[in-house]
Design a protein around this ligand. Sequence first.
Ligand code: ACM
Length: 636
Amino acid sequence: MSFRVELAVLSEQKQFCRFGLTLHNLTDQAVNNWQLQFILDRFILADSFTHGEIEQVGSFCVVKPDTHVLEANQHYYCEFSINTAPLRFYTDGLKDALIVANNGETTHSVVLTPIALASPYRERTQIPSVNQATLAVIPKANKIECFDGEFRLTQSSQITLQSNIAQHAANWLQLELETLFDFTAQSIGHSDIVFRNNPTLDEAQYLLSVSGSGIRLEAGSHSGFVHASATLLQIIQRDEKQNLTVPYVRITDTPRFKYRGMMLDCARHFHSVDMVKRLINQLAHYKFNTFHWHLTDDEGWRLEIKALPQLTKVGAYRGKGTQLEPQFSHLADVYGGYYTQQEVKEVIAYAEQRGINVIPEIDIPGHCRAAIKSLPDLLQDPSDRSQYRSIQHYSDNVLSPALEGTYQFLDQVLTEVAELFPSPWVHIGADEVPSGVWLASPACQTLMEENNYQSPKELQGHLLRYAEKKLRSLGKRMVGWEEAQHGNKVSKDTVIYSWLSEEAALNCAKQGFDVILQPGQSTYLDMTQDYSPEEPGVDWAAVIPLENAYCYEPLAQVPDNDPIRKRILGIQCALWSEIVTNQNRMDYMIFPRLTAMAEACWTEKSERNWQDYLTRLKGHLALLDKQGINYRQPWK
Ligand code: ACM
């Protein structure tokens, strides 16, 4: 062991905490002319810092100590304050640390001690013990009849297509039968599994019947066949003789909500094409139909734009020697990655075969630091003296609505995005534009005067209205976070994704916007799943135990027959990736809560029941195990 850092909470109040940091030099050598870098995602008050100075950009902090030498077997100590709610989890502490010594010439890794929390939560959730259901269908089918008996698949079972729209679903079923059950259907044999066209069934609806004469999957749409296949994969069993059997059932099923989505943030940490596909495949198993791909943010630009290669050449990488400081992890490395357009096409085709639409998100005008650092000539306003700090502690991450370059950037990016993604919707973000922005930009002030704008929010509206028109000219409908309607400039065609609260969704619906509900308090999968300090995650919106995720009922206070409900197109859950550095962590944050969210999306309110869900979840865990998913154990 060489260097070790300890962070301790010294005192805490509702929105103000004081910390002590100790760095131990456990080597037999002094370090000279050193600085300490560390990652912390809360904003340190620079004036409160003792024994040196601190600089912070995002989560990247640099301590410039007041002593130039850290002697062998000695330590350095400092204190600082943060205007923050009390910390409750170890992942709230330092995420990485590094010593840079000899004026930048050498680096030393630093071992982290888990943060000494002052008041971790005492409560813990308990999942009731239940018996395992034999038919472990998740999300629960809306109508299911069971009969005595079971159909046995054999060496000569064949998948037969009596509908040309079933081809992709049949291929997917075949692939999953091989992967999950080591079962290969024959190309010539008994028509034991038959995909049959049924034009009386609407988009996404399906009928699955299993009887002595075999397995019938009926639908009138590609998505219906995918959902029928997903259900079949969940009810296959293995008997004592290792035969694959399927109980006799008749399932007629139709989704509660038309839009059933999940968002993945690929900017804060980069997730490989294989990880993205793996998630999309899992979404298909739970009858989701939308993958919302968060491709750009302050910490990385992840989409190849052929007209602007700098966006990925510069903006896809962060760390030593790049334009972007390290963030969230990997202090000692250059970290990053991006998706080529060819890879994106591959992902879209993969998703399409599984009945999933891929909506790209290009987040503007906030969350644009990686883009701005990549294209300073186009996107930086040198005369802007505005002072602001975004929620994630950046002071230079917002596009200017008064720069010509901003519009050139938007035209080029949105044109390529519209060509690349078949999705009729393109998400333009619009969240979290910090206050103070544009106020000291002469160009922005002129633009405000010319248009008689009273508030900077109208400048945001100005830019978004341009984006909406551009997208419309490209044949796309603009969608955005709830702040997209700030400044009152975008049309009611814009679909609003509410995330801060359901109230925003209700307000938008009342104004005539269609809405997607993604309330952080219930659907954010980066929130911790229980109260113990070891649980990875954050809790700024809430701690979301499985039961809370399961019990989410959109706009519960609005009566079932209120016409405003027609404006709710659906539900989406989201994984923000600040702490998602690898596949295991991703799995852990997503499962099993994704299965609970799937039921909120698909199953009618009258059919949902927490205890009943648990019996099915228990029966379903074996299938998660087969896939090697590192889910959080619901029963310890
Ligand atoms: C968001 O969580 N900023 C949409």
